[in-house]
Each structure stands twice: as structure tokens, then as C-alpha cells.
Design a binder for this molecule. Structure first.
Ligand code: AMP
Ligand code: MG
Length: 440
């Protein structure tokens, strides 16, 4: 049994040593949520020209030292126009109408917003030109972004190893990357155990429950950018459990990079996962962490010399006795649905991120004011389902009423977990508490 912090440290230490999969090239949008295997570089200056950020008039700031001032209107540039310096330039006492996103014409050094101007009539003898009256002065450089101020051509915009979110997609799109090089998604085997567990489309017997964990885990794996491979449900029976674990660890056809087991890691007479992994010469880095829910969680690996033999009946294509090609990590997560989800977030997520080619993300905690007092027992770090409500400075949180870590229905009401340190027995209403968000 290790502390939460030590368990996290061990996972991060092992995650730092794993290698991502091969590189593949995909259409940009198909890369959403996946990890870049190449850096994305600016193919031109950003912005590529001095870009107006307001609708108004391109002017020389010096002409507006005294306001109101009248300027001669000598042209217009709208977004998409290119103001040839010979044809469209701002001379002393002149202005050019300009729209947001248009390039600043030569000679101008600021844009005055249209709201601070009014159009006058052309004086006699100047039929083509109009006059614009400006009520406010501007500073040099105001209301436009100089060419290259956001990024220079050749500058790195997105690092290799970064997960593409919608902002990353926008950045890659603006650099003309219609196809991107990504790391292959890690394949994560999901193996639920338990004699009482049946597939979700089966009609459960009176003492049976549906296999929700394989689905929540597969969903979490996908949210993190992995590909889930759901295996058959393993009964609480040594031989069959062992065969399924061996299949997940070595079957070439499955080619899994990580194994997630649920259930069977507690102290019960039929909790056989640790025992079977032990028979497979697994190395355990921790067996139990001082957290609630999720205390029985285990983390380990099976190495190259694991004596795996898969009976042909279970895995006909198996080359019996072939050792696992390289070290494969596994997590044994407790079977209670909320424990499964929490332990995935805390421990499996960083390992999958590393296998996906990222530097694992630090856990992000938000804080909110506690709505009503919490009393708990000391000794374990707790992650309790809670409801965050209100917005901005009015955000407040309270524990969801629940029947313990098997209570999956509570999760429909809860949207986060309140984190309680192991030494706190009582937390007053009004205190700011850290929250682990249930994120996608
Ligand atoms: P265990 O960790 O095997 O002792 O299981 C703890 C609790 O979680 C028991 O009430 C199980 O019935 C339940 N459980 C185990 N596996 C699953 C699963 N795959 N889906 C939903 N509940 C499960
Ligand atoms: Mg069980």
C-alpha cells in the first residue's frame, strides 16, 4: 500500500520510459484528440501583412494630434484586397477606409475606429474625394497587428507530442496542414472480471449485473486518445482468467499496448487477478493506494520473460509458449464502477497519454466553495462525487448523496469529485476545496 502521491509518482516514472507507436498521416480533422508526431511550423508570417483589427480608417497618427481633424478620404481596402502602394497609400492629411482583416495601406501607421469618425461632404472642386472628420486621436500602431507579430515564418507553432484539440486544429489549419503526422493510437485491452458480470445485451439473472465497467473504461480510453479493445468477461476462475490475461498481453492480432482489468483485486476469496498475474511473473509497482474510492488498485507489468502459454482452445492462433515481445503494463482496477472510473483518471490516464506520445498531463484541480460541511474518516485521500453549480465567482460545490462506490446512478447527478486530504475529518461550509473535474 502506497500513498496517492507515491502511486502517481510511480506511474509517471514508468510512463516516462514508454515509447509511442508508429507514425501515420491522416486528414487534419481526423486528428482531433490525437497526438502530433511532428511539429507544426508557421509557413508564413502570422499575420502575413499588417492586419487591421477594426473597421475604420487607416491614418497617420501624427495627423490626428489635434482633434477634431478633417482628412481627405482617398480610397478603401476591404478584407481580401491588396493595397498596391502605387494605387492606394495614405499621404499626409489623408485617410483610407479599411475593414477588419484588411491589410494596412502604405503610409498609414494606425487605424481609427469608424465609431470615432463622421463623413463630411466633398468641398467644392474635389468631387471624387470625400472628407472624413475624426473626433479622437490614435497612437501609432493602434488597431492593427504588424506583420509577423504573432509568429514568424518558420517558427514552431505546435510541438510534437501535443494532443490536437480544436485550437490546435485551427493552428494547423492556418499553417496549411491539411494532413498531419500523428502517433498511432495506443491499443488498450479492457478485461472485466466477475462471475456475476454479464454482457450488456444479455438478460441478467437475479444476482447478475451488466458489464458497465468495460464500457466506461472503453469510453475513457477513447477520451484520452486510445483505442479500446474489449475482451470477453473473465469469470472468477483461475484458468480462464489466466488465458484471457495472456491473450491480452501477447496475442499479436490484438497488439495491445496496455491492459486494464476491472474487478477481482480486493481481498475476497474469489479475487484472483493479483494471484494470476503473480503466476505470470508480473512485477508489481504498487498493490493498493491510500485513496477512496479505489484503494485496491494495482499497477505492474509483465516482462519479456513472462512464461505465457495460451491454450489453443481459447486462442487458436497463439504460438504457445512464445514470450511476450516486450514489457506490457497493466492496471488492476477495483470493480465498483465509481472506483473504476476514478482510478482510471488518476493512474491509467497518464500511462495512456505517454503511450499515445504525449508528456502526461499534470492533474488539474479547480477550486470551489463548499456548500455544506463534510465529515469523513481520516487515513485515505478521498475523491468523492460532487455537484458543482453556479458560475464564475458564485461557483459552489456539494457532495452528491451516494450509496458508496458501487452507486453508478449518482454519477448522473455529479459532475466532479471533491478531493479531501487524508488528514481532514471535517471541512466547513464556505471553505475552498479542490475539485477533480470529470472531463472528456
Ligand atoms: P470486485 O472488485 O470484483 O470485488 O467488485 C466490486 C463490485 O463491483 C461488485 O459489486 C461487482 O459486482 C461490481 N463490478 C465488478 N465488475 C463490474 C463490471 N464489469 N461492471 C459493473 N460492476 C462491476
Ligand atoms: Mg469480483
Amino acid at each position: 500500500m502506497v500513498s496517492f502521491e507515491e502511486a502517481r509518482r510511480l506511474v509517471e516514472q514508468h510512463a516516462a520510459g514508454v515509447c509511442p507507436g508508429e507514425v501515420e498521416t491522416v486528414d487534419l480533422l481526423a486528428g482531433l484528440g490525437r497526438v502530433l508526431a511532428e511539429g507544426v511550423v508557421a509557413d508564413r508570417d502570422f499575420p502575413p501583412f499588417d492586419r487591421a483589427t477594426r473597421d475604420g480608417y487607416a491614418v497617420r497618427a501624427a495627423d490626428l494630434a489635434k482633434v477634431p481633424a478633417r482628412l481627405e478620404l482617398v480610397g478603401e481596402v476591404k478584407a481580401g484586397d491588396w493595397p498596391e502602394p502605387g494605387a492606394c497609400a495614405v499621404g499626409r492629411g489623408q485617410a483610407v477606409g479599411i475593414m477588419t482583416g484588411a491589410p494596412l495601406p502604405a503610409g498609414a501607421d494606425a487605424v481609427v475606429m469608424v465609431e470615432h469618425t463622421s463623413l463630411g461632404d466633398a468641398p467644392a472642386g474635389k468631387s471624387m474625394a470625400e472628407l472624413v472628420e475624426v473626433q479622437r486621436s490614435v497612437r501609432q500602431g493602434e488597431n492593427f497587428v504588424p506583420r509577423g507579430a504573432e509568429a514568424r515564418a518558420g517558427q514552431l507553432l505546435l510541438d510534437r507530442g501535443r494532443r490536437l484539440d480544436h485550437a490546435g486544429i485551427a493552428i494547423a489549419a492556418s499553417a496549411g496542414k491539411s494532413r498531419v503526422q500523428l502517433f498511432r493510437k495506443p491499443r488498450v485491452a479492457v478485461l472485466s472480471t466477475g462471475d456475476e458480470v454479464v454482457e450488456i445485451d444479455a438478460t441478467p439473472g437475479p444476482a447478475q449485473i451488466r458489464n458497465s465497467n468495460s464500457y466506461s473504461l472503453a469510453a475513457q480510453v477513447q477520451e484520452v486518445g486510445g483505442e479500446a479493445v474489449r475482451l470477453a468477461i473473465a469469470p472468477d476462475e483461475r484458468k480462464r482468467l489466466r488465458a484471457l490475461i495472456e491473450q491480452a498481453l501477447i496475442e499479436e492480432g490484438l497488439a495491445c499496448d496496455l491492459l486494464l482489468l476491472t474487478g477481482g483485486v480486493s481481498m475476497g476469496k474469489y479475487d484472483l487477478v493479483e494471484q494470476v498475474l503473480g503466476e505470470l511473473k508480473a512485477e508489481f509497482y504498487f498493490t493498493g493506494a491510500e485513496i477512496q474510492p479505489g484503494r485496491p488498485v494495482v499497477f505492474g507489468s509483465c516482462g519479456a520473460d513472462t512464461p505465457v502459454r495460451v491454450p489453443a482452445a481459447i486462442w487458436p492462433s497463439a504460438r504457445t509458449g512464445v514470450p511476450a515481445p516486450h514489457k506490457k503494463y497493466f492496471f488492476g482496477l477495483p470493480g465498483n464502477p465509481v472506483s473504476t472510473m476514478v482510478t482510471f483518471e488518476l493512474f491509467a490516464r497518464p500511462m495512456i497519454e505517454a503511450l499515445a506520445g504525449m508528456t502526461p498531463q499534470r492533474l488539474i484541480f479547480l477550486r470551489a466553495r463548499l456548500k455544506s460541511e463534510i465529515r469523513t474518516k481520516t487515513g485515505l485521500k478521498k475523491f468523492l462525487p460532487a455537484v458543482l453549480s453556479g458560475e464564475f465567482e458564485n461557483a459552489e460545490v456539494e457532495l452528491a448523496r451516494w450509496q458508496g462506490s458501487g452507486d453508478i446512478a449518482t454519477l448522473a447527478r455529479a459532475n466532479c469529485y471533491v478531493v479531501i486530504p487524508p488528514d481532514r475529518e471535517r471541512i466547513e461550509a464556505g471553505e475552498w476545496v479542490p475539485l477533480l473535474m470529470r472531463c472528456g
